[in-house]
Design a protein around this ligand. Structure first.
Ligand code: ADP
Ligand code: MG
Length: 686
């Protein structure tokens, strides 16, 4: 799989974020009806210019072409009706601590009761005789009734073309700005400024989508976004703006690649096998077919000129570390130095440990730079050829002689900018980033669009299956009895809690508290803890004890989430499991099943809320990381999946990377970044 040469840049006269026209960029006070006061309210919604107002996407639309008759409303079916208030008042309960405000609406066909709990001030807003529109879901038919509906007052001075007998926009609002006013302002702005929307090169967006449906012009789209003729027109308008956003992203990716292409004069790091051969011979196992294939892809990329930019995806336990080691050896054979960056000190020192064990017999020095620790870099004569470390590696003081290869483990923990900072320490070094987080295809296209992707889609042979169980906290005694039986068989166990310290506000399980409980439950087995707030030396000692088998049980926060490798561990118990995302649980589960023993992951949920247990059952039901990543994205959004550090995450106003997958692909194809679709593997076909 080699990268085809980039196709020429499409002639983009104006990029997607085109030159603003003056009127479009004028302060929102240019719109009729917006004075300083309303401008201040709009500012709260992030609206400063005319253009901001016109691209303020409605939350939804309401079809007011034919309002329903109150007589015909149905239970649980959302409906809009219009009528006159014929009665209104507040009732108080519980010593005036609770209230309900109610009005009754009559439209000539029937009556509708509208109620609000504990908002008594509404009595000052609505009076008998007022004409109002009401939107909501009836929760009773006898009497006909809606609780907490959305309402809108019909004023005699209103322009009926704006608010009635059409599909109207319902915008996101802020206190002090009613839906009616907002709609009127947008209407006024459209009348005067819709035609001022900056034009785009029509060739970029094209006349029609891949499915043949024509695109509205930008001017038409901004009108349809708010006041469409049909609901489908509003949807199409949103799609157009979403498509523009995706094009923008893809163009940025393409620019980055072309920059690299133009400047880079990278040295070859293909190597000559003289180190890899003895390394593989001493490894104790044979590479899987997937590892061999990926290494071939990597070697093809590491030639002179254009540097490698490759993402290696592989589920937990698929053997990425060995691939990283072989890649490092290729560079070392070619006389280049190597930097390896990991997200935590524990992982960095573990990686350094592997590399030392593997490389020192070959006469290669491996240094470690993590937190305040520097090992092997004493400056005496020749420095190490391989530096392993945390983000401490990107600090200014760190210099590399001949940095030819950068390897980043668990990429999702770092932002793109950190990655680039390290890369800048060399002269366009080759780059390999590794992640165990399966990135759903559509996210991969945008987040990692500038990387070629390799997938380790095969686990080493002889792996034991991991059985996942969901248990209530009441079953904990049985869980500990089971853990004890594993310990007695000579195995080891992890116990994971979401927190370090207990909080008085909830009963989320915390490491410091559980340590005592677990010690009591598993006596006389030794139990130690690790978490991110410990003295690193104490923490490393505990980790080491666990790795060497002297400590059979480790109580930990998710610091052990990524990469820790102790093949003798056969059980992981995750407490307060309902608080973790699916992708994270999958990572945690991957800490076991690495040796020859059948392994177990026990998810203990405090509370059997339906939604939480549903999620836990999803993870119990599959070990397919891609499936879980997609589910997580649907359930919890991209932040969860990609970790706290979202610096790589584009902020989109109209687009939705998951729901608009087809548009993402279409944008990619139009911009034609030099990534052919075959290089971005499908989640399942890999
Ligand atoms: P990850 O992809 O999660 O980083 P590791 O690189 O930590 O996985 O590998 C997990 C375990 O599998 C390690 O103990 C490693 O030595 C072992 N391993 C890697 N490749 C193979 C292989 N081809 N055959 C057998 N064991 C392997
Ligand atoms: Mg790893």
């Amino acid at each position: 799989m080699t990268t085809p040469p980039l196709s020429p840049v499409p002639t983009v006269a104006s990029p997607v974020s085109s030159a603003p026209t003056a009127a479009w960029d004028a302060p929102v006070t240019s719109v009729r009806g917006v004075g300083p006061e309303r401008a201040a309210l709009l500012e709260r919604l992030g609206i400063r210019t005319v253009g901001d107002l016109l691209l303020h996407q409605p939350r939804r639309h309401e079809d007011r072409r034919k309002l329903a008759a109150i007589r015909d409303v149905e239970l649980g079916v959302p409906v809009t009706v219009a009528g006159t208030i014929v009665a209104a008042g507040v009732k108080w309960f519980k010593m005036r601590t609770r209230s309900v405000f109610e009005f009754i609406l009559d439209d000539g066909t029937g009556r509708l009761h509208c109620r609000w709990w504990n908002v008594p001030q509404l009595a000052r807003v609505y009076a008998v005789g007022d004409r109002v529109l009401v939107f909501g879901k009836p929760n009773s038919l006898r009497p006909r009734q809606i609780d907490h509906p959305e309402t809108e007052r019909l004023e005699s001075e209103d322009d009926p073309r704006v608010h009635l007998n059409r599909i109207v926009p319902i915008h996101g609002l802020t206190e002090g700005l009613s839906g009616r006013v907002m709609r009127t302002l947008v209407w006024n702005a459209l009348a005067e400024f819709a035609a001022c929307i900056p034009p785009l090169d029509p060739d970029l967006v094209g006349a029609a989508g891949a499915d043949g449906r024509p695109w509205p012009t930008r001017e038409q789209a901004v009108r349809d976004l708010h006041f469409p003729t049909e609901l489908a027109d509003a949807q199409r308008a949103r799609e157009r703006f979403a498509f523009e956003e995706f094009l923008d992203l893809q163009l940025a990716i393409q620019r980055r690649r072309q920059n690299l292409e133009a400047k880079a004069k990278t040295d070859s790091c293909r190597g000559d096998n003289r180190m890899i051969r003895p390394f593989l011979a001493g490894l104790g196992f044979r590479l899987t077919a997937a590892q061999t294939r990926v290494l071939r892809e990597i070697r093809a990329d590491m030639g002179p000129g254009r540097p490698m930019r490759r993402l290696l995806q592989g589920d937990v336990g698929s053997g990425k570390t060995v691939v990283a080691a072989c890649t490092a050896l290729m560079a070392l054979e070619s006389g280049a130095d190597v930097a390896v960056m990991a997200p935590t000190e524990i992982l960095a020192s573990q990686l350094a440990g592997h590399f030392r064990r593997w490389f020192e017999p070959l006469g290669i020095r491996v240094g470690l730079r993590a937190g305040g620790r520097v090992e092997g870099g004493d400056g005496a004569g020749q420095g190490p050829a391989v530096w392993v470390g945390t983000h401490a590696l990107i600090q200014d003081a760190v210099e590399f002689q001949r940095l030819g290869l950068v390897i980043i483990d668990e990429q999702h923990k770092f932002g793109v900018s950190q990655r680039e900072q390290l890369v800048r320490k060399g002269n366009f070094p080759h780059l390999l980033v590794m992640t165990a987080t399966p990135i759903p295809r559509t996210l991969g296209l945008t987040l990692y669009g500038d990387l070629d992707i390799s997938v380790l889609d095969q686990l080493p042979e002889g792996r034991q299956s991991i059985r996942t169980h969901v248990r209530d906290e009441s079953a904990l005694p049985k869980v500990w009895a089971f853990v004890r039986s594993e310990l007695e068989a000579g195995r080891q166990a992890y116990v994971v809690c979401p927190r370090v310290e207990e909080s008085e506000h909830d009963d989320v399980r915390a490491v410091t508290k559980e340590l005592k409980r677990v010690r009591a439950a598993l006596e006389p087995f030794a139990v130690e803890m690790v978490h991110g707030q410990m003295d690193p030396a104490v923490r490393d000692a505990a980790m080491l004890g666990f790795r060497d088998g002297r400590v059979p049980v480790l109580v930990a926060t998710p610091v052990i989430e990524v990469g820790v490798d102790v093949p003798n561990a056969s059980v992981i118990v995750i407490l307060s499991a309902e608080l973790f995302g699916l992708a994270q649980l999958h990572q945690l589960r991957g800490r076991v099943g690495r040796g020859t023993a059948a392994s177990h992951c026990i998810l203990v949920a405090r509370e059997t809320r339906a939604e939480a247990t549903d999620r836990l059952n999803v993870i119990a039901g599959t070990t397919d990381g891609f499936e879980l990543a997609e589910a997580d994205l649907r359930l919890r959004g991209p932040g969860e999946l990609l970790g706290q550090n979202q610096s790589g995450m584009p902020s989109l106003r109209f687009g939705d990377l998951l729901a608009d997958a087809a548009l993402v692909r279409e944008a990619r194809d139009r911009v034609r970044v030099g990534v052919s679709s075959s290089q971005v593997p499908d989640a399942r076909s890999g």
